[in-house]
Ligand binder design. Structure first.
Ligand code: HEC
Ligand code: HEC
Ligand code: HEC
Ligand code: HEC
Length: 187
């Protein structure tokens, strides 16, 4: 990051992002950031560890030849949001597959009671972060899911083991000549 860009950050922070917490704006590009940002996160309670209503085994499904974009996250290639599958999506297969397993019976029970499975978000920003993200251009540019979400394909319940900080986004945008002004990612 050049001096000019750092200066621009300092200048534009107040102009473009007045609603972002001011105390964490300048440490963004300093070595102190990880601690400050972690402290900020804890303070805002942004990232509690999610507990899923059903321990969905990602790995098992990938091993059966499914890909992330089959059924469950198919909107990822089309627009901003990857989407979390409704119980109807699960039942496309589990009406018939593995119906004797207790976990699958729990899935079927959601379907019967007409309540959708209350999946907890694993990745995502709070409204207060004013982050704008769009999946589709990344998929078009052949950025792998794993770059931003780690090895979900090898996990049971999806774990958050990539920290999607601003530096993470900005560094790649710089390397790939993707747009990098504040309003690309903030509103
Ligand atoms: C395209 C088909 C398909 C879809 C859609 C699908 N599954 Fe599966 N699921 C499978 C297959 C195949 C298995 C492996 C069954 C086996 O081991 O015999 C499996 C296994 C499972 C298991 C493990 C069962 C056990 O204890 O052995 C669970 C739990 C499960 N699925 C839940 C879900 C949920 C929840 C959804 C919706 C989010 C879903 N599945 C969507 C095909 C699917
Ligand atoms: C460049 C980074 C990046 C790539 C590549 C990427 N994602 Fe994401 N993903 C994100 C971000 C950032 C969020 C949170 C977005 C938000 O809150 O608006 C997210 C959210 C999600 C969510 C919602 C998670 C939740 O718990 O609510 C799913 C599902 C998801 N991504 C699936 C995928 C899949 C599948 C792929 C590959 C086809 C993929 N993503 C590729 C960055 C990425
Ligand atoms: C590994 C590289 C990489 C990472 C990490 C990454 N991006 Fe991107 N991003 C790109 C590329 C490449 C494009 C496509 C640029 C194009 O279409 O010309 C893009 C495009 C975008 C766009 C659409 C820009 C536009 O106006 O067309 C947004 C918004 C965006 N990224 C936000 C983010 C955010 C927020 C993060 C962090 C969570 C992030 N990106 C992480 C590589 C990356
Ligand atoms: C490529 C995407 C991207 C660009 C460009 C970008 N940001 Fe961010 N920014 C993010 C993401 C993602 C976060 C949320 C990070 C988190 O929650 O860990 C963030 C967070 C912030 C925060 C909150 C403090 C923090 O560290 O969490 C401020 C302030 C901020 N950005 C200011 C700016 C300014 C000013 C610019 C222009 C110089 C800018 N951002 C450009 C992606 C971007």
């Amino acid at each position: 990051m050049s001096r000019a860009v750092v200066a621009a950050v300092a200048l534009t922070t107040t102009a473009a992002c007045t609603q972002a917490p001011p105390q964490v704006s300048s440490p963004v590009f300093t070595t102190a950031r990880p601690t400050v940002s972690q402290a900020a996160r804890e303070f805002f309670g942004i990232r509690p560890r999610p507990v899923q209503p059903i321990a969905f085994p990602h790995k098992r499904h990938i091993e059966k030849g499914l890909t992330c974009t089959d059924y469950c996250h198919e909107s990822v290639t089309k627009g901003p949001v990857a989407g979390l599958p409704s119980v109807k999506t699960c039942m496309i297969c589990h009406d018939a597959i593995a119906t004797d397993r207790p976990l699958v019976q729990q899935v079927a029970n959601y379907q019967k009671t007409g309540i959708d499975i209350p999946w907890q978000r694993v990745y995502g920003y709070t409204q207060a972060a004013h982050v704008r993200f769009n999946h589709a251009p990344h998929i078009r540019a052949n950025v792998e899911c794993a770059t931003c979400h780690g090895g979900v394909a090898q996990q049971t319940v999806a774990e958050r083991n990539v920290d999607l900080t601003m530096g993470f986004c900005v560094n790649c945008h710089q390397q790939k000549n993707a747009p990098n002004d504040c309003l690309t990612c903030h509103y």
